[in-house]
Structures are given as C-alpha cells and as structure tokens.
Design a protein around this ligand. Structure first.
Ligand SMILES: [Zn+2]
Ligand SMILES: [Zn+2]
Length: 117
C-alpha cells in the first residue's frame, strides 16, 4: 500500500522545489547588486585616476581615502564613507601641492621638490 503517502511526498517536493527556486533568485539578485556596486566603484576609481597620479613616476591611485566624510543616516547613525575625491595611496606635497606615491614622497615633500632643496 503506497497510495496514501504519495500526496505528502508530492507536497514536500513541491515546497522544496519552490524554495530552491526562491534561493536561486535571491542569489541572482544579490549577484546583480554586487555587480552594480562593483561597476560604481570602478567608475569612481577611474574618475579618481583621471584627477590624481604620482607626479614623479605617474603611478595611479588604486584606493580612495577611507572615512573621508561623516554621514548621518536614518536613526542618526554615523557612518564613515570612503572619500572618492581624495586618493588613499598618494600623498600631497606640501611644497608644490602635487601628489606623489609612497615611494616618491618623504615628510610631505615629493622627490621633485626635495631634489631642488
Ligand atoms: Zn611615484
Ligand atoms: Zn612637490
């Protein structure tokens, strides 16, 4: 006798399949959001690289400065956003106001300026 259990099994399989489908859709959605986030970061990075580079070797910035500005969200929670207007791995020379990578700046003076001292 197996007829009486069949519908239970079918109901279970149906629910399982549906759950699987929902799970896949959720994954696809979060992948899409992730891709969009990546694209946006790429765009902001290209923007940053257009504006800044090391004046000695031409190295482009690869990261924004972290925690650039204070943002008050809902619930008044404070979050520190990356500041995409300032490069995180270049420093500004205090003499020429140009930007230089770590290798070409010392005590806030770039190599080009230091060689003229
Ligand atoms: Zn450099
Ligand atoms: Zn300089």
């Amino acid at each position: 006798m197996n007829g009486s259990g069949d519908w239970r099994l079918r109901a279970k399989e149906f629910v399982n399949r549906r759950r699987q489908k929902e799970e896949e859709e959720r994954k696809r959605y979060s992948q899409k959001a992730h891709d969009e986030f990546k694209r946006e970061e790429d765009r902001k990075l290209k923007n940053l690289q257009r504006k800044f580079k090391c004046r000695v070797c031409g190295k482009l910035p690869t990261i924004p400065i972290l925690g650039g500005s204070e943002q008050h969200g809902i619930d008044n929670e404070v979050s520190w956003d990356d500041n995409w207007d300032i490069p995180g791995d270049l420093s500004q020379c205090s003499m020429c106001r140009g930007w230089a990578c770590e290798e070409h700046i010392e005590s806030h003076i770039c190599q080009t300026c230091a060689e003229k001292l």
